[in-house]
Design a protein around this ligand. Sequence first.
Ligand SMILES: [Zn+2]
Length: 252
Amino acid sequence: MYFNTHTHLNSEELFDQRDHYIQNALEKGVNHMTVVGYDVASSQRALEIAHEYDFVYATVGISPNDCLNTTDEDLTLIAKMAEDDKVVALGEIGLDYYYDDVPKEKQMGVFKKQIKIAQDLNLPITIHCRDAYEDTYNVLEKANLKGIMHCYSGSDQMALRFIKLGYYISLAGPVTFKNAKMPKRVATNVPLDSLLIETDDPYMAPVPLRGTTNEPANCIYIAKTIAELKGLDEEEVAKVTTDNAYKVFRLL
Ligand SMILES: [Zn+2]
């Protein structure tokens, strides 16, 4: 049994065939998943899917890559949706300095306003962070929340700092890529009780499926790689990462 903590069954690519992808996942033992919002419409779809299946949960939020035109009205909608019983976190929210299509100040403003929503509702947060580790850390240090560093691509040292703040480190397809040294170091050096698995589909399909449409079932390859790197049984990685997901999403 696996818990995929970050899928985009709500994306244009997967949404219409969500039942097919969910059946594929169940066949592989992926019997828990969280569908993650990245703008208002995708957050609404995440909620829709979460209400169709018992074992599917949702997050709602506006990602740093999708916040160029975000208004206060949009954030009010997110706050309203976040009150739904199937919402287990706010996200994905954060900072992305890899792309420069959204000014840093705008990203920071939308990030902080959503942190406020999470604080008001006492929800954990799912963080998207790319090339913005120090700025993200500084915001989180003051936020006094818990959550997930999703599709983590930073250093193992930085990961340990986020863990100290109360964050889990979630690994996706890159940990399976031959040349991805850093995610492999993170998988090796971060204790299993701080790790989560995810697909962040529909892109970045893991080895051995690179180049195909990524889907929730594929999180088994992330668990397999972590097991190999740590010298553990796949079952143990599946079990501990599932327990971790239950804790961070407060499903216990
Ligand atoms: Zn995502």
